[in-house]
Design a protein around this ligand. Structure first.
Ligand SMILES: Nc1ncnc2c1ncn2[C@@H]1O[C@H](COP(=O)(O)OP(=O)(O)OP(=O)(O)O)[C@@H](O)[C@H]1O
Ligand SMILES: [Mg+2]
Length: 290
């Protein structure tokens, strides 16, 4: 399966939110990485046909999705960044309701809903109201509703925001488990979410596609760009002003800084093995990593 984005642009008034994006997706998980406002949700909303592009097109296996229309929509599953769950519904009832909206008949819906409740680990909570669920449980209901039609293209927009680390890991494993034979697009600015599971990372910056590559290749490009440096307490501010600083670790003999820099920051700096957090910092300056 090939999902191709061709010369896609989106403007809201004068504001260019997506600028001539070209990407090709095949089966597997793609991590869409970008700071707030970089256009991740807009791209996803175009891919699920909630929004129309200003120009450009999206093509699935050679056919424009505009032409495929309903046929395309039947192939996609979507977990929006802010999903409206009906809080007074039980998990089971909510999923049955969405299943009916998606056109599943009652018997189909029943077996699919119990299969998905099991998959997302909510079988024993199926009769509990969604309003009483933790953030992680709500997101699992969200992913279950996105999977009701067994989508070939699954698009999940920042699914792990607000989840605790344990819930995040669980969610990541769940996505990984369901990613075979599907295109899965996952947006996030939490880099650990896509570590291990992403086949490729797509980096958006201010509406432009700046990188799309396998994590190892992207990390390879950071060789000799990530350094550890030992400094004294008094020098910390000066280093933070001058360099992109990642981790700051207090050691007995001073402060160890992780610095992202194209050139060696000082003579005593040691090159170190880059990770995805470094990658994020490299492209997004000092914006926070959660
Ligand atoms: N319906 C809209 N009308 C006007 N501007 C919009 C609309 N939707 C998004 N934008 C603008 O488009 C830009 C990109 O927004 P988008 O939501 O796609 O970013 P994002 O990468 O998903 O950000 P976040 O990480 O905060 O979710 C922002 O500047 C936003 O204000
Ligand atoms: Mg968003």
């Amino acid at each position: 399966m090939h999902l191709v984005v061709e010369h896609l642009s989106k403007k809201f008034g004068d504001n260019t939110v997506l600028d001539d994006i070209n990407i090709e997706f095949t089966e597997g998980v793609y991590g869409i990485l970008g700071a707030n406002g970089s256009g991740k949700s807009t791209l996803m909303r175009i891919l699920v046909t909630v929004l129309k592009p200003t120009s450009g097109k999206v093509i699935l296996d050679g056919e424009n999705i505009k032409k495929l229309d309903e046929e395309y929509r039947n192939l996609i599953g979507y977990l929006p960044q802010e999903i409206a769950l009906y809080k007074s519904f039980t998990a089971e009832r909510f999923l049955m309701y969405i299943a009916s909206l998606k056109g599943l008949n009652k018997n189909e819906a029943k077996s699919k809903v119990s299969e998905l409740l099991e998959l997302v680990g909510l079988t024993e909570y199926r009769k509990k109201k969604v309003g009483t669920f933790s953030g992680g449980m709500k997101q699992r209901v969200g992913i279950a509703q996105a999977l009701l039609n067994d989508p070939k293209v699954l698009i999940v927009d920042e699914p792990t925001a607000g989840l605790d680390p344990k819930e995040r890991i669980r969610f990541r494993n769940l996505l990984s488990a369901i990613s075979s034979n599907r295109i899965v697009l996952l947006s996030t600015h939490i880099v650990s979410d896509i570590d291990f599971i992403a086949k490729e990372i797509v980096i958006l910056k201010q509406g432009k596609l700046i990188k799309k590559d396998a994590p190892d290749n992207l990390l390879g490009q950071l060789n000799e760009k990530v350094w550890t440096v030992l400094i004294s307490e008094g020098e910390l501010q000066q280093y933070q002003n001058k360099f992109k600083v990642g981790n700051i670790i207090r050691r007995e003999n001073g402060i160890e800084l992780r610095i992202i820099s194209d050139t060696k920051p000082i003579e005593t700096a040691q090159a170190t093995i880059p990770n995805l957090e470094d990658l994020y910092l490299y492209y997004f300056d000092k914006e926070t990593i959660l």
